[in-house]
Design a protein around this ligand. Structure first.
Ligand SMILES: NC(=O)c1ccc[n+]([C@@H]2O[C@H](COP(=O)([O-])OP(=O)(O)OC[C@H]3O[C@@H](n4cnc5c(N)ncnc54)[C@H](OP(=O)(O)O)[C@@H]3O)[C@@H](O)[C@H]2O)c1
Length: 357
């Protein structure tokens, strides 16, 4: 017996990955419906060798659907999730629309699978940077409560959708073409004034990313909010408390977009209540679900290593030199997979496992 699955946002960066992941894990799909906006209606996509036409989402799209995977942005989730639930589907939503709603569980199966038991039709998938962080924190938290987390992220452009990938490609092509002319004249390599070229303004104009992203780092993801933190940073603060069931855990985040296509990296500093040895931390992470540990300190994961990988990769674990109860580590995850599509499908798998569907 399989399930009738719908993907809203099937043509996007996350939606495409969902389709791929459902196929890869051989999720028991009886029937699949691919939904998007009018723009993509009629496009053909493939699932298990079968060609499937994308449909425009409509009032009756969720009729007979068991599981609706949403990845079409928060306003579309707010509009369509109540309709899907009313039609009898369980919605697993990738957007920020319902994450902090007290009636909606926010779930990373490796961390708080049990929260699925109190869902009322909608389950939220956390933000990509939060997911990979809590997968890394939970095994350590189980050894000793974590009091404080200071995290700096290095986030890939695919986290901002397909158009952001195009933006990085276009800008990189433009800048690299100019630099190529200087390849053999390294003495002139510094300060090439490409930004003053007449067409630079157009190509380098920020669209999905608020500043030039090619050959740059941008400490601004989503909009600015209270106390000079961005919304992405607030998501990491609030979502971590909700997932870990610990309102007292202190989280301070700085989120930065970097010119990487896929894979978010995070430098995470934590303070625990009890002092832990590195050996205890290694052992906990080695045995943790969804984690691949790079124990040898000279080996470490990078975004290139995590593309298409289902596990969260952790390396560079060190103790603070002055604080026996503090540690730092480097955590890398595929934002489209564990950060989005994979986590959503894992939630669906957990619902089946727990007999909740
Ligand atoms: N990218 C990530 O790493 C990541 C991680 C976690 C969560 N998320 C969340 O997942 C969602 C999708 O992100 P994405 O990166 O996949 O974005 P994306 O590549 O821009 O794709 C957006 C998708 O939404 C659809 N859509 C847009 N407007 C629509 C409308 N009015 N009605 C129906 N469908 C509509 C698009 O369909 P058309 O083809 O018709 O335009 C497309 O399928 C967002 O809420 C995002 O915050 C993304």
């Amino acid at each position: 017996m399989g399930y009738k699955v719908a993907i809203l946002g099937a043509t996007g960066a996350v939606g495409r990955e969902m389709l791929k992941y459902l196929e890869e894990v051989n999720f028991p799909v009886d029937d699949i419906k691919l939904l998007a906006s009018k723009r993509s209606a009629g496009k053909i996509m493939e699932f298990k060798g079968e060609k499937i036409k994308v449909e425009e989402v409509k009032e009756d799209s969720f009729k007979n659907v068991d599981i609706a995977l949403f990845s079409a942005g928060a306003s579309r989730s707010k509009e369509w999730a109540p309709i899907a639930v009313k039609s009898g589907a369980i919605v697993i939503d990738n957007s920020s629309a319902f994450r902090m709603d007290k009636d909606v569980p926010l779930v990373v199966p490796e961390v708080n699978e049990e929260d699925l038991k109190w869902h009322k039709g909608i389950i939220a998938n956390p933000n990509c940077s939060t997911i990979q962080m809590v997968v890394a924190l939970k095994p350590i938290y189980d050894l000793s409560r974590i009091k404080k987390v200071i995290v700096s992220t290095y986030q890939a452009v695919s986290g901002a959708g397909l158009n952001a990938i195009k933006e990085l490609v276009d800008q990189t092509e433009f800048v690299i073409d100019i630099y190529k002319a200087y390849k053999d004249k390294l003495e002139d390599f510094k300060y090439i004034p490409y930004k003053n070229l007449p067409y630079a303004k157009e190509v380098l104009k920020p669209k999905k990313i608020p500043r030039q992203i090619a050959f740059n780092c941008v400490p601004h993801i989503d909009i600015f909010m209270d106390q000079n933190y961005t919304k992405e940073e607030w998501k990491m603060v609030k979502e971590t408390k909700k997932i870990m069931h610990d309102e007292e855990i202190s989280v301070c985040a700085t989120c930065v977009r970097v010119p990487v296509f896929i894979g978010h990296s995070e430098s995470i500093y934590i303070e625990t209540e009890k002092a832990l040895s590195l050996e205890e931390i290694y052992k906990a992470l080695e045995n943790a679900p969804g984690v691949k540990l790079y124990k040898d300190p000279t080996t470490y994961p990078t975004p290139v290593d995590v593309e298409g990988e289902n596990k969260v990769l952790i390396g560079r674990i060190r103790k603070d030199l002055d604080n026996d109860k503090a540690y730092t580590m480097w955590v890398v995850g595929d934002n489209l997979r564990k950060g989005a599509a994979q986590n959503a499908v894992q939630i669906a798998e957990s619902l089946i496992k727990l007999g909740l569907i």
